[in-house]
Design a protein around this ligand. Structure first.
Ligand SMILES: Cc1cc2nc3c(=O)[nH]c(=O)nc-3n(C[C@H](O)[C@H](O)[C@H](O)COP(=O)(O)OP(=O)(O)OC[C@H]3O[C@@H](n4cnc5c(N)ncnc54)[C@H](O)[C@@H]3O)c2cc1C
Length: 472
């Protein structure tokens, strides 16, 4: 399909149909992405305020065969929000649609426009005495339209599910420009194909999400946080089972941390206070959200004693105050920042079945060692089987010296993940970075069905070309 650039003639035609100020030239920040791997091109930047304006923008782009790249907070890590090749696109940012349209505390539902920043939705839920549990380090910038389009995960998936699990309905503009009014508040609605779940995780390739109805939860009465050393990843899995046996569904986060991450933290961010005088090889950060009547520190103390008795843990720090809870979380949250400062040769956001994690880590270590002298920082959401598996140069070397082996490292890690029945992208999506992996590891029947859906909904191929599915 031949596409045309969002050039001045197209902009002039559009400006007749829209109020002043909706269109302008994109500033550089709309053309960059957090890891600096892709540089987008400058077409037009569209900043609609209403779903009707989004509809006009997409309808006209479809008529003129101009590519459209939806843009949320720009925090995506796989290059989905920037288009480096092909005709310069219309970047369609939802930032002027940030409204919380309604909150229904009794139904545990909130309706937010796609441009609402995730942290603002959390705050609106809190104001209503409720919890919106989606939480990730980029929540101060990422917008809910982007979160849904990438089916974001984060630290609370274990208890509350990912973005998909938290969405009840959508309002969206399809590639034709038609508006789908699907802001359902229903928890039961068995009436045919699920368009909502097609658009979630589609990374802007099937339409533009303009608003969403989202599930809220009761706020747990007490929150407890602890870091326990664990003998090895197998002991971490056993500890998770123990914690669930003792506290039911109260475990909201269970994060595996490797000594390498703590060493990077000490090296790159020495001001971040660490819980242990001497970093253990493996540790876990546990977060409990408890009902009334259960004291968080007592519950964690009981869990630690049981873990010690079972030979799973030898050392632990249990937060006794909110400040200490924040201190423990700050360690986990700064590990990616330290990783960035050190500079990975190759970063992987993978998942494998939880019980396969120990074998995967062991085989991964051997396979990567066979490629060279690397340091591995493997950490992440253990309870979801989701590991951030990042490979770094040896001390004193920089990643630039390892460009030639980057692809080999990636292929080795993703190949192993595939062999373990895992996914090469647990959280971040496919974007432009992982289209090759999708072609390589994706089930051919599923890929054909995906192409058929794309062609049916977007026959002119205007929506985020080159993301998720490779251009032919
Ligand atoms: C420090 C940091 C930590 C992170 N931690 C996590 C984590 O723990 N878990 C996790 O899952 N991700 C994480 N991410 C990745 C990122 O924050 C998520 O992918 C997030 O959901 C992207 O939201 P966004 O609004 O920034 O989307 P953008 O980056 O703007 O866009 C992402 C994709 O969605 C499309 N899109 C955006 N808005 C819409 C819309 N309204 N309609 C249709 N398509 C749209 C874009 O075209 C693009 O393909 C992290 C990123 C950073 C920088």
């Amino acid at each position: 399909m031949t596409l045309n650039p969002a050039d001045p003639a197209f902009a002039a035609r559009l400006s007749v149909l829209l109020p002043q100020g909706v269109l302008r030239a994109p500033e550089p920040r709309y053309l960059e992405e957090p890891r600096g791997r892709y540089q987008g091109q400058a077409g037009i930047l569209a900043l609609p305020r209403t779903v009707e304006q989004v509809s006009i923008l997409v309808r006209e782009a479809n008529g003129a065969r101009v590519p459209v790249v939806p843009y949320g907070g720009g925090t995506g890590l796989v290059g989905g929000q920037v288009m480096p090749e092909g005709p310069a696109p219309m970047v369609l940012s939802l930032e002027r649609m940030p409204a919380i349209r309604a909150v229904y505390p009794q139904e545990n539902v909130i309706i937010a426009e796609a441009g609402a920043i995730l942290a603002d939705i959390q705050a609106a839920a809190q104001d209503a005495g409720r919890l919106f549990p989606l939480s990730l380090a980029a929540e101060g910038s990422a917008r809910i339209g982007g979160n849904l389009s990438t089916n974001a995960g984060g630290v609370n998936v274990l208890r509350y599910g990912n973005a998909r699990d938290l969405c009840l309905g959508l309002e969206a503009v399809l590639p034709s420009g038609e508006i789908w009014h699907g802001l359902s508040r229903l928890r039961k609605d068995n009436t045919g194909y699920d368009l909502k779940n097609l658009l979630i995780g589609a990374e802007g390739t099937l339409g533009v999400i303009t608003a969403a109805s989202l599930k809220l939860s009761p706020v747990p009465a007490g929150a407890g946080t602890a870091v326990f050393s664990v003998r090895d990843p197998e002991a971490a899995i056993a500890l998770l089972a123990l914690a669930r046996d003792r506290t039911g569904e109260s475990v909201s986060a269970f994060e595996l941390i490797h000594r390498q991450g703590l060493e990077f933290l000490a090296e790159a961010l020495p001001q971040v206070r660490q819980p242990f005088a001497e970093a253990p090889e493996w540790s876990v950060l546990i977060e409990l959200g408890l009902p009334r009547g259960l004291d968080p520190a007592d519950t964690l103390t009981g869990l630690f004693a049981a873990a010690q008795d079972a030979g799973l843990s030898a050392d632990g720090v249990i937060a006794q105050s909110d400040a200490q809870r924040q201190m423990l979380w700050s360690v986990r949250e700064h590990i990616p920042v330290a990783n960035k400062a050190i500079g990975a040769v190759s970063s992987h956001d993978v998942s494998v079945p939880v019980s396969e994690i120990p074998a995967f880590i062991e085989q991964g270590r051997k396979a990567v060692a066979a490629l060279g002298d690397f340091r591995i920082n493997c950490f992440g959401h253990l309870g979801d089987g989701n590991l951030h598996y990042n490979v770094f140069p040896p001390r004193g070397r920089t990643r630039d010296a390892y460009k030639a082996v980057r692809d080999a490292v990636q292929e080795t890690v993703h190949g192993l993940v595939h062999a373990f029945g895992g996914s090469f992208s647990a959280e971040h999506g496919v974007g432009r970075m992982k289209t090759g992996d999708l072609e390589r590891y994706g089930d051919p029947v599923r890929l054909a069905a995906m192409s058929a859906v794309k062609n049916a909904l977007d026959p002119n191929g205007i929506m985020n070309p080159g993301a998720v599915l490779k251009l032919n």
